[in-house]
Design a protein around this ligand. Structure first.
Ligand code: ZN
Ligand code: ZN
Length: 309
């Protein structure tokens, strides 16, 4: 079927809105009429050549919409269902076998190589392949094709135009708190960087009953929103070099869990931070991502964290 999509024709080229061809769904696939898609830094990283996907390419990995067509074997979705398209996983690697889909060994390839697992593309232009299947969805189009298992059905009275980021920042931030860190009511939590990921973590911390909840950022409008969403303390990081100490003081007498959730924000703060603070922060990120128990000691460095994130 013909679709209209935002295509990037070469590395770092602009997004161009054009007519393209979307293939028919396979038995386990669905076509979604995209109502809205978030755009995040990962899409721009794709455009700028950070990943293995060739060009031309269509990005978009936070799509929400209405099921338009289903493959012959699809049984959990029907035409007209409202869905959010989430991240892909292989289903057969050791981590998927343990239902730890976000740690799928094939995850990076399925998200960022621009094709299905078998190397086929979803979109074409005048018969030539367009590298799509970004996060197995490429939602920057009027219609997107994904597998049934990556499309999460949502209530029809939920605002589809606002749900796309649940597929990325929403579940990243909330999942880090609720699934990986699993704080108890009354635990303290400090969140470094309250963009979309950090604010999702903050709202999850509020639901979990954390108190105090300390938001740290360099943007005052973000800190104001953080307070509106449940932060009990906010710290403007700008020009300050003892922020971790300040967060710990705010949490006293409770012990303070430091939960930095946005590496890009951390990197942008390096000029404000001492080396010791950044090291402490990087350890907790690894502990959080690897789902280790609180207080686990990991020998690492920020450089190592960056390369393994
Ligand atoms: Zn897997
Ligand atoms: Zn994203």
């Amino acid at each position: 079927m013909q679709i209209t999509a935002a295509i990037v024709r070469e590395r770092s080229a602009p997004f161009i809105i054009d007519k393209l061809e979307l293939c028919d769904p396979r038995p386990d696939e669905v076509i979604v009429r995209v109502v809205a898609s978030g755009m995040c830094q990962t899409d721009l990283h794709g455009r700028d050549g950070y990943f293995a996907s060739p060009y031309p390419a269509v990005y978009g990995h936070e799509g929400a919409g209405v099921v338009h067509a289903i493959g012959s074997a699809v049984c959990s979705l029907a035409r007209g269902d409202h869905v959010v398209m989430s991240f892909p996983w292989c289903g057969t690697c050791p981590n998927c076998q343990q239902h730890r889909y976000c740690y799928c060994v094939q995850g990076r390839r399925l998200k960022m190589h621009g094709t299905r697992a078998d190397g086929s593309t979803l979109i074409s232009e005048n018969g030539a392949p367009v590298y799509s299947a970004f996060f197995q969805q490429s939602s920057f189009g009027t219609y997107a094709l994904t597998q049934e298992r990556y499309a999460v059905k949502v209530r029809k009275d939920a605002p589809l135009e606002a749900l796309g980021p649940l597929a990325c920042s929403g579940q990243t931030g909330a999942g880090a708190v609720l699934n990986a860190m699993q704080p108890q009511p009354g635990d303290s939590l400090a969140i470094f960087g309250v963009g979309a990921v950090g604010l999702s973590a903050l709202m999850a911390a509020k639901i979990a009953g954390c108190n105090p909840i300390i938001a740290v950022d360099v943007h005052r409008h973000r800190l104001a929103l953080a307070r509106e969403l449940g932060a009990t303390h906010t710290i403007d990081h700008t020009g300050r070099d003892k922020v971790v100490d300040e967060a710990r003081a705010a949490a006293a007498p409770a012990s303070c869990s430091v939960a930095p959730l946005q590496a890009p924000m951390l990197r942008s703060k390096c000029r404000f931070c001492s080396r010791a603070e950044l090291s402490a922060v990087s350890f907790r990120v690894k502990a959080c991502q690897r789902n280790l128990s609180p207080g686990s000691s990991i020998s690492s460095s920020l450089a190592n964290f960056r390369s393994t994130r």
